[in-house]
Design a binder for this molecule. Structure first.
Ligand code: PLP
Length: 412
């Protein structure tokens, strides 16, 4: 029998919803392999590789593999005043809208947005310390993950690292001893690890009178330790986490943080603080290469407005993180499938190491992870421990409970 034509085979796969040119590729590959029947499987596999919403049942609030923080996608179907000043009719700055709101939110003179916090560190060093010395505590020469190592970034930026103190103890006097030969002091949050025992570290407040600009990379992106957007105030598990507003109040000249960690927004990096220093960063040639697009700025603007409105229901990360465990227990019972169990969620995303948040969910005997990942159209990501599949409801939007119940029913 003659094989079907590429075109007719591609057309027969239209129900997958993939655009025709992609179906043509799949059909061509299947025919070339002498197995036209495999085209349908190929189309399904391709479609599963595309970005789509999933249900996070892992209990990891900031799950690096699932885009870290959950946030509402913006509607891209419109022009926007991205770089246009509606008041004057002249060219404006893309840093004017989200940047302005973020500055307001963390009490900074000015703020700008780049692609991620790693980019913020790189830009600040390149713009403010190229060819100059920068003092960093030996206890803070961190690797964040994905190979992002502070000493390497510093070298690339053109700044010279001046290490001070020791791994476990660094004092104000260590910084004071090098103050006359450094252009910047950089404090880096030990986001994903802790040094415990015989330790000593210097607070930002103790460094600000050394006559050298202090830049704090707090990474995790808590904007205000008082959490005014949370009706019940800050949860206990945030204790000791540095926050942008308080770091600026303590006298830091600049604070740097991620958009998609505790801020709970899209991937971005924020540089906030002194207007003069932010302007120098914005004027550096690298700023152009590191600038975010309108979709990210739109989502950040929306997020920041929600913070300023103290609209907890529109801050998905914070609503999920602060649901009372009792509500989760009730939902676990109401699912009507699996065994309701007590679980522990974690903040995740390289923040708050060791912190666990009491949670609840359901357990099923056996490993059902692959079957749950195959649920269409919203795959469910569960965790498997010692042959038991656990689904943590803290990271599941309550609106998704019926979908979860339906999916679990088939293994129950
Ligand atoms: C996470 C983190 C970064 C990197 O942030 P990205 O937004 O992931 O690039 C940099 N510095 C610190 C201290 C961090 O915690």
């Amino acid at each position: 029998m003659r094989p079907p034509s590429v075109d007719s085979l591609a057309r027969s796969l239209a129900s997958t919803g993939l655009p025709h040119p992609l179906l043509v590729d799949v059909a061509r590959a299947a025919i070339a392999a002498g197995d036209p029947e495999s085209a349908e499987l190929g189309a399904r596999q391709l479609s599963r590789r595309l970005l789509r919403p999933v249900i996070n049942g892992t209990g990891v609030l900031l799950h690096t593999n699932l885009g870290r923080a959950p946030y509402p996608f913006a509607d891209p179907g419109s022009y926007a005043n991205l770089e246009f000043d509606l008041a004057t009719g002249e060219r404006g700055s893309r840093q004017a809208h989200a940047g302005l709101l973020l500055a307001r939110l963390c009490g900074a003179e000015k703020a700008m947005v780049v692609n991620n916090c790693a980019a913020a560190v790189l830009l600040v060093l390149a713009a403010l310390a190229d060819g100059e010395n920068v003092a960093v505590s030996r206890g803070e020469l961190v690797e964040i993950g994905g190979g992002f190592r502070i000493p390497d970034v510093m070298e690339r930026s053109g700044a010279n690292l001046v290490e001070v103190g020791t791994t476990n103890r660094t004092r104000r006097a260590d910084f004071a001893a090098v103050a006359d030969r450094v252009a910047m002091i950089m404090k880096i949050h030990q986001s994903n690890y802790r040094i415990v025992g015989f330790t000593e570290a210097v607070e930002v407040a103790d460094l600000v009178d050394l006559g050298v600009p202090v830049v704090a990379d707090i990474g995790s992106g808590l904007v205000d330790a008082a959490c005014p957007w949370l009706p019940g105030g800050p949860p206990g598990w945030l204790d000791g986490e540095p926050a942008a507003r308080q770091t600026i109040e303590a006298g830091a000249d600049l604070v740097l943080f991620s958009g998609d960690k505790l801020l709970g927004g899209p991937q971005a990096g924020i540089i906030a603080g002194s207007a003069e220093l932010v302007d120098r960063c914005a004027a550096h040639p690298l700023a152009r290469a590191l600038r975010p697009g309108g979709l990210v700025l739109g989502a950040l603007q929306e997020l920041t407005l929600n913070y300023l409105h103290r609209d907890i229901d529109s801050l998905p990360f914070w609503s999920l993180a602060t649901i009372p465990v009792e509500d989760l227990r009730v939902r676990a019972e109401a699912l009507g499938v699996g065994r309701p169990v007590a679980l522990m969620s974690v903040p995740g995303g390289g923040t708050l190491p060791g912190v666990e948040i009491p949670s609840a969910g359901v357990a099923l005997d056996g490993d059902h992870a692959a079957a749950l990942r195959a649920v269409d159209p919203r795959p469910i990501i569960a965790r498997v421990r010692e042959g038991i599949t656990e689904l943590d409801l803290r990271t599941v939007d309550p609106a998704d409970d019926p979908t979860v119940a339906d999916a679990l029913q088939s293994f129950g």
